[in-house]
Design a protein around this ligand. Sequence first.
Ligand code: GLU
Length: 427
Amino acid sequence: MDATGSNLSYLDPARREPWASFIEQIDRVAPHLGQLSRWIETLKHPKRVLIVDVPIVRDDGTIAHYEGYRVQHNLSRGPGKGGVRFHPAVTLNEVMALSGWMTIKNAALGLPFGGAKGGIRFDPRSVSRPELERITRRYTSEIGIVIGPDKDIPAPDVGTNEQTMAWMMDTYSMNVGGTASGVVTGKPISLGGSLGRREATGRGVYFAAREAGLRIGTPVLGARVVVQGFGNVGGIAARIFSENGAKVIALQDAETTIANEAGIDIPAALAHVAENGSLLGFAGAKRLSEDDFWQLDCAFFVPAALEGQVTPARARAMRAKIVVEGANGPTTPAADDILNERNILVIPDVLANAGGVTVSYFEWVQDFSSFFWSEDEINERLERIMTNAFEATWQLAQERKVTIRTAAFIVACQRVLASREQRGLYP
Ligand code: GLU
């Protein structure tokens, strides 16, 4: 359709990413699946794709249209689950890939969900708060035909937060004529949200990093850490790394790249971002060039921004021991091979950033039972699920002599495709 990311742009061979990366990851795991590989095509075809028009009246009286999506990649193991992204670069292709990674992530962690994802292509910072509310509500109403507490449960992702989820919950509830808390997760605590949900993705990134470090003799204590992205994932992960004695030596957000060899004061950096919206102008570090950032000598490198950031060229330049994927899809398959050849351990997104959806699962369970757990209980259960999944994946990687990503995909694809086979094809 257009230059801004057309409806069916995933069919355009020139604009295949990141869905093409997801397909390549699936192709790589297929030979490890034995007879279940006969079902592999299931994972290369999203079950259901919904494209919606989201029109609103802007504050100045004009009418604006936005394009939104909800993709249910696979529902074999349970209702769809995955976030909603508000970002100017959202395309159907991207939402498809993100929904596929949710299928893998949920299955790798053993959560009783399929995989889904949604998004709207716009910059949430370019509209007023009332406009943002109207966009969110109209989008929710449009995708209302496919979501629901036992059908598909959205959550926050890049550009969305607790307020977005409150509006989504309210809109869905108005449409069904009741209060449906379980239709979204990542809600404010007062509306049935879960303690610990906001920090869960960053906390999980830390657990994954710690577990990886323990196994290759790279403890967090005293480790040099580099974080790309300083939002809800990168910001919290950086904070927990520093609370546990690591030295965060460099940070990058959408506006700037900064470094401080002595270690950045993370609470001060977070306070600066809360006040100014970005790291730009933060006094506790000096500016660093993009090239230097990717070449920093560090124990843990945490890409926690968007897809496709670790390119082959960057993978050749990186001097990290462990890459912990806080973002979804930050490493291209070609870059993944280079990191692997260079003996840089990669803890894949589907394991490393699964803390968020794991606590979303807890939130959903708490909403169903209307019985709420303490923050300690949440964090303990999160740690147990993450460390168990890590250990199982690590063992399998050793046994099969494959990467951690391939091992996580083997575990996940086996679970999804075994469910597919047991359920059988309808009709
Ligand atoms: N958007 C998060 C992710 O990519 C969380 C999804 C959820 O909680 O459903 O994993």
